[in-house]
Write a protein that binds this ligand. Sequence first.
Ligand code: NAP
Length: 490
Amino acid sequence: MVSRIVKVEPFDLVVFGGTGDLAHRKLFPALYRRFLDGQFSAPTRIIGVSRQPLEREAYQATIADALGQFGAAAPGDGLQAFLEMIDYVPLDVGSDEGWSLLETKLAGDPTRVRAFYLATAPDRFGVVAKQLARHGLVTPASRIIVEKPVGRDGASAERINDAIGAVFAESQIFRIDHYLGKETVQNMMALRFANALFEPLWNSAHIDHVEITVAESIGVEGRAAYYENAGALRDMVQNHLLQLLCLVAMEPPSSLDADAVRDEKLKVLKSLAPIDASNIGALTVRGQYGAGASEGGAVASYAKDVGNDKSTTETFVALKVSVANWRWAGAPFYLRTGKRLPQRVSEVVVAFRAIPHSMFSADAGRISKTRLVIRLQPDEGIKLWLMLKEPGAGGMRLRYVPLDMNFAEAFQIYAPDAYERLLMDVIRGNATLFMRRDEVEAAWRWIDPIREAWSLSNDPPRPYFAGTWGPAASIALVERDGRSWTEEVV
Ligand code: NAP
């Protein structure tokens, strides 16, 4: 099957932080693939910005290297034509020098889409917005893209949003959570709202609980300084896990229009039952990995990885979350995320209620709950686990088997990286898969009391061995309710 390519209008994209990890690993490979697929129209211009004093050709060479390193495509497949579109401006965003060169390079038709991608630390977001305005670079067709995390708590997120909002209208601001660009995440909306099967059952009368797992097998890699300051709650839960929760829990929006979808997600965030000092012990588990075995070898502890024996930064979080509304009362959402877990996997498990009565004899076997497993990575796809009769003449024996739909196999098509979809959405001006200001701030308002309660308690994060599923308390969090994490079916 061939995916349909709808060309976008010619555009200018300025990547602040154009020499950084995100730009090299994600943004340029994504742009290159869209270019190779023929989605760009000439003349499109891409301009990298950072403090490094590079000439244009030298910068193009770094991009060619990055494309090779991060497997975008074999050299030769239009590489030269792609590099021709790329330019570079050295400047320090905190200084007034260098902006006139950027202005010169952007000169031309002021009605063209002009996108500013802020692939820099969040504390630079406000400065860049201010400088863009000060140097007259913001046109009516401009938009700004900011990376998650927006801030490190509610107050800093508000400051950043104020600073960007002083220059750009909300409709021009695209806050990226790349999870929303994943095919399976978008498929969650298709599954729920393009089929008659699930929506009538999508409530606590029929659903027992929901699990959301975002597990990484890696440690902090090259991001120790950032991670030590952030921790798993800020880095993963505030954005990726809460966004997934919103998509599972939200009411059907009236359309796919950006505000219709975001209004419904916001209502979910506002319905989350508070977790604070009064219930922190019962509803949360935080952990930190110790030495162990991971990715086929022995690995050091987190404390060693970041060079801080006294670190209390959490590398694992498990939460029991209640969405306090009619649809979900009584069906908890169990969330967990962590580093140095046994495998890299992100998935949502919707566990339906047990059948009220079994007509089968004990010989038929145990009847497991129907489960819908929505896998975001790796192997994007959907499995519906059902009880079926084992084939044969040996009587009624029941087996728990999946209806298994692996997207790559089913569609015979390569699933685009999330950044490919999201970058093209920015150029098209489609904000459905981006976070609105009030969503980001509502998420922080729910997260901040958890962090505050943790820091008030004198309990350090619970240790867990690298290569395991986190502290034993995470298993107890779910088993206390007579349930268990769905490891066995994946
Ligand atoms: P990074 O590797 O440290 O890159 C930062 C970039 O910003 C570099 O190009 C740096 O170049 C530039 N920069 C820093 N200060 C500057 C200044 N004053 N003026 C101009 N340029 C400046 O960081 P990253 O990992 O790419 O992350 C970028 C953003 O994306 C962060 O907000 C991060 O949280 C977010 N993010 C990253 C990832 C990822 O996979 N890396 C994933 C999700 C979100 P010079 O030092 O040469 O100026």
